[in-house]
Ligand binder design. Structure first.
Ligand code: PLP
Length: 394
C-alpha cells in the first residue's frame, strides 16, 4: 500500500501561505505534543512527585537522610531496572553526559581508547580523549551517518567507546564486547544517554553504561549517571590511586566514594532526582525495562511502518536492524520542505520534530521514549499526513 502526495484537484481546503497558519483538526491531534529527543516529554506524575516533595525533600541538605535516601533509591532502582549484579556500582555526578566524557578521559581511559564514530555525539567523546595530553591518541572506527561501525579488537586499546543510540541519526546498536577481548584487558564504555531505559542490553557485554536523565528518564538535564561493572570499579580505583592529575569535580574516584554514601561530590539538582525517581517507579511498577522498551518498540513499529507506506517518506536508517526504537529519523522527499512540516506541527502544539541541524537532511526526527504514548506516535503520523497533503498545495 502506498499513498502518494494527494492531488489538490477540486479539493476545497484553504491553502495557507504560511505553514504556521495550517490548522490540524483536533480529532487528529496527539494527547501530548512533545516529541523532542531531549529534553523530552515529562509525565505529569513526575511533576506531581515534585509537588509531593515540596515540604520535606526540596530545599533540604543533600548530606542529610531525606536527599541521601532519594539518591540511594535512584541507585537501587536503576540496579533493578537493568538487572545488575550486586557488585555493580551506580555512580553519579553533576554536568550531564558531556561532562562524563571529560570524567572518563581523566578516570577511565588508562592509555588508549577506541571510539566508534557514527554521528555527532559519538564523535564528541573521541574529540575529548584526543585532546587529553595524558593519553595516547585514540583510534576511531567510523561509518557514514545512518549506520554504525563495529569495534575492532586491538591489544593497545583499554577502553572501547560505544554509543547505544546515536541520537543525531537515529541509529541504535546491539552492545557486544569486541570478540576476543575481556573486561580485565579493556572496558566497554557505552554512551547510553538516549537509550538507557528505552532499549534493552546485556550487562555481561558492558562495563560502564552512562547517561543523563533528560531522555528516557524524562527528567531535567544536568546529571550524569554511570552504572559500573566490577572491572570498571577496579579501573577507577587504580587510576584514582595513581599520580595522574585530575580536577576534583571530574574525578571518578571521588564520585564513586560519594556515590557509595548516596551522595554527590557537590550539590545536585534535587528536583531532577525526584523526577528521575518517579520515572523509575513508573517503569518498575509496570514491569521494568521490558515494559519501557516495549512501549518504544511499539512506537517505532508504528512510525517506520507508516513511513514505509508513504512514497514521500523513508526511514533514514537503511538497515532495519540498526533503526532506533527511541529516536526515529524519517527522510522527506525533496519536493516537500521538512522545516515547513515542523513549522505547521509546531503551530498546532506538536513540537521538536526537527532533524538534527548538523546532519543537514530534509528530515523529521521523532523522540519515541517510553513516556511518549504509542497512540500519540500514531496520531502524529496522521497529523504529518494532514500537513503534507496541505503543503503539497503550494
Ligand atoms: C543528549 C546526548 C548527549 C548529551 O547529553 P548532555 O546531558 O546534554 O551532555 C550525549 N550523548 C548522547 C547519545 C545523547 O543523546
Amino acid at each position: 500500500m502506498s499513498a502518494s502526495i494527494p492531488a489538490n484537484a477540486g479539493h476545497p481546503c484553504r491553502v495557507p501561505a504560511d505553514p504556521a497558519d495550517l490548522v490540524i483538526p483536533d480529532s487528529l491531534l496527539p494527547a501530548d505534543g512533545r516529541f523532542g529527543c531531549g529534553p523530552s516529554k515529562v509525565r505529569h506524575a513526575q511533576v506531581d512527585a515534585i509537588v509531593a516533595a515540596r515540604d520535606d525533600v526540596l530545599g533540604t541538605s543533600h548530606r542529610k537522610p531525606p536527599v541521601k535516601q532519594l539518591v540511594g533509591a535512584v541507585r537501587s532502582k536503576l540496579t533493578d531496572l537493568f538487572g545488575l549484579p550486586a557488585d555493580w556500582e551506580v555512580v553519579l555526578g553533576n554536568g550531564g553526559s558531556t561532562v562524563f566524557w571529560d570524567v572518563a578521559t581523566f578516570g577511565l581511559i588508562d592509555r588508549r581508547s577506541q571510539h566508534l564514530v557514527f554521528g555527532e555525539f559519538s564523535s564528541k567523546f573521541a574529540q575529548a580523549s584526543a585532546a587529553a595530553p595524558h593519553l595516547a591518541s585514540p583510534t576511531t572506527v567510523e561509518s557514514a551517518p545512518g549506520s554504525h561501525p563495529d569495534a575492532v579488537a586491538d591489544d593497545g586499546v583499554d577502553v572501547y567507546a560505544l554509543t547505544h543510540n546515536e541520537t543525531s541519526t537515529g541509529v541504535a546498536m546491539h552492545l557486544r564486547r569486541p570478540s576476543g577481548t575481556t573486561a580485565s584487558e579493556a572496558l566497554v564504555v557505552v554512551d547510553a544517554t538516549s537509550a538507557a531505559g528505552g532499549l534493552t542490553w546485556d550487562h555481561t557485554e558492558v562495563d560502564v553504561y552512562y547517561f543523563a536523565p533528560q531522555k528516557c528518564f524524562a527528567s531535567d538535564g544536568g546529571l550524569w549517571i554511570a552504572a559500573c561493572s566490577p572491572a570498571a570499579v577496579e579501573r577507577i580505583e587504580t587510576i584514582g590511586a595513581s599520580d595522574r592529575w585530575r580536577p576534583a569535580s571530574l574525578d571518578l574516584k571521588i564520585a564513586l566514594d560519594n556515590a557509595r554514601l548516596n551522595q554527590t561530590y557537590n550539590t545536585p539538582a534535587i528536583a531532577t532526582l525526584v523526577m528521575l525517581d518517579a520515572q523509575l517507579d513508573w517503569m518498575l511498577g509496570n514491569g521494568g525495562l521490558s515494559f519501557a522498551a516495549g512501549r518504544s518498540a511499539a512506537s517505532a513499529a508504528t512510525l517506520y511502518g507508516w513511513a514505509g507506506n508513504r512514497d514521500w517518506a523513508t526511514p533514514f536508517v537503511a538497515d532495519p536492524e540498526q533503526r532506533s526504537n527511541v529516536v526515529g529519523t524519517i527522510d522527506i522527499d525533496a519536493t516537500i520542505d521538512a522545516d515547513a512540516i515542523c513549522a505547521a506541527l509546531r503551530a498546532n502544539g506538536i513540537v521538536d520534530t526537527d532533524a538534527y541541524r548538523k546532519l543537514g537532511r530534509n528530515q523529521l526526527r521523532i523522540g519515541m521514549f517510553p513516556s511518549i504514548e504509542p497512540a500519540d506516535i500514531e496520531a502524529l503520523t496522521h497529523c504529518i499526513d494532514h500537513v503534507v497533503s496541505h503543503l503539497a498545495n503550494f
